[in-house]
Design a binder for this molecule. Structure first.
Ligand SMILES: Cc1ncc(COP(=O)(O)O)c(C=O)c1O
Length: 442
């Protein structure tokens, strides 16, 4: 596929390459795709000693976070990174302010403030009908990001294998590398019909499991696809976990963001999984506070003990006053969650028609707040050149699809948009996207 030949593109291209060279000097992850699975870069001192860990040569900085920096650089509408641009609920902001004023300003217990752990255990009972011991089975971390890496560091030995569905949330690749585990990817295939589901091949999944498999990382509702795994799919995964004696690490941070009556099934609630599941969740998405950095891992006691050790030496603890506010957040009434999901349904249905009108093929999400799209109609060489054009020339930031795949070629015709934004932000994005024109089919 060639870059689209048009005078506008050529003119735009000159600006693009000027900016690219600036990016190059900054070693942008956008331009360093080959570092993902490449050999470690040699950074040596004058005496010839390697100063850097070999591990960091195996991944780049986050492309998602880089796209936010690009959005700022080009004054673009940021539909790249998944953070809301609207206020967090007043009750929980007040709770945080009160906690600071009441001098909850010192280290909390390393594995989490009691009030928050109690609230997490209570809500796991309400939402998943799971009894959790807040004293022995919960570790509060600096976001679910830290909960995931602490879990992997706590359970993986070098050479252990971790099964990951792809496209995957960017962090899971580097998380596996840092913990010494070898990721094994299983494909989620895009829907072939309008409004269809992302699916996986049962046989391919089975082939990924063997005696070296330590864990499977599952994210439902899923970023970037919006897939919500069904009970039948989860039972299939459960059966493999039991057969091969494998742990399930489930990232459920979009648990409350569901559309069209879809239901979230938590892996830990399935028979046979209580003793082999680590459930990861957090405040970021459910309460629109991605900057607070409060998340948690719920796991059987023995695994929790290991996670707590790693967590203690990594970060000591999550922000104490914000944990208190977390206890308030988890006490919000059921209407809060219904409104949250409906608000995102409205935003999804605001952005998707604008994307479709501009020439994107949208894969309709069933949950979470992203829409994955196919960009074939624009005739660009790949997702990265398209995303650069979009942010620099059209003024809308997206995330190139390749950052969600092991092999960049698998995402070369996809980009992801986040719609966790105010209506006026989505309107402005729609206005700018009107400048974009798909190449007419031959
Ligand atoms: C699937 C998934 N997991 C984890 C995170 C990060 O969550 P936290 O802010 O709790 O670290 C994100 C953020 O976009 C995400 O999409």
């Amino acid at each position: 596929m060639a870059d689209r030949p048009s005078t506008k593109r050529k003119k735009a291209g000159s600006k693009t390459s000027r900016t690219s060279s600036r990016l190059e000097r900054r070693k942008s992850p956008l331009l360093a795709k080959n570092a993902r699975n490449g050999a470690p870069a040699a950074h040596t001192s004058a005496a010839g000693k390697h100063f850097l860990s070999d591990k960091v040569g195996h991944f780049t900085e986050s492309v998602i976070r880089e796209m936010t920096r690009q959005a700022m650089l080009h004054a673009a509408v940021n539909l790249a990174q998944g953070f809301p641009d609207f206020p967090a609920p007043a009750e929980i902001k007040q709770a945080a302010q009160q906690a600071v004023a009441a001098d909850v300003n010192q280290y909390a217990i390393t594995w989490g403030a009691k009030s928050l752990r109690n609230a997490i255990a209570r809500q796991m009972g309400v939402w998943q009908r799971i009894t959790v011991d807040p004293e022995k089975e919960i570790t509060v971390c600096c976001g679910s990001t830290e909960a995931m890496i602490s879990t992997l560091l706590a359970i993986c030995n070098t050479g252990d294998e971790v099964v990951i569905f792809e496209p995957f949330y960017e962090n899971y690749g580097p998380d596996s590398v840092l913990s010494g585990a070898k990721p094994k990817f299983v494909k989620l295939r895009p829907p072939t019909t309008d409004g269809g589901e992302w699916t996986f091949d049962e046989k391919e999944l089975r082939r990924a499991f063997d005696k070296h498999t330590k864990a499977i990382i599952l994210n439902t509702p899923n970023n970037p696809t919006g897939k919500v795994f069904t009970r039948a799919e989860l039972e299939l995964i459960r059966d493999l976990c039991v057969e091969f004696d494998v742990l399930a690490i489930t990232d459920e941070i979009y648990e409350h963001i569901l559309y069209e009556g879809t239901t979230h099934v938590s892996m830990v609630s399935l028979e046979g999984m209580r003793e082999r599941t680590v459930t990861i969740n957090g405040m970021s998405k459910t309460y629109s506070v991605t900057g607070w950095r409060v998340g948690w891992a719920v796991a059987p006691e023995k695994i929790t003990n290991a996670i707590r050790k790693v967590h203690d030496f990594l970060t000591v603890g999550a922000p104490a006053p914000l944990q208190e506010a977390g206890a308030t957040a988890l006490s919000l009434p059921p209407e809060y969650y219904a409104k949250l999901a409906e608000g995102y349904r409205v935003r999804r249905d605001h952005l998707m028609p604008a994307l479709t009108a501009a020439g994107f093929k949208c894969f309709r999400p069933r949950g979470a707040y992203y829409v994955m799209t196919d960009i074939s109609a624009f005739g660009f060489r790949d997702d990265v050149s398209f995303a650069k054009y979009l942010v620099q020339e059209i003024g809308v930031a997206s995330v190139p699809g390749s950052s969600f795949y092991r092999d960049p070629r698998d995402g070369a015709r996809q980009v992801r948009f986040a719609f966790c934004k105010k209506p006026e932000t989505l309107d402005e994005a729609a206005r700018r996207l009107r400048k974009l024109r798909a190449t007419p089919a031959d």
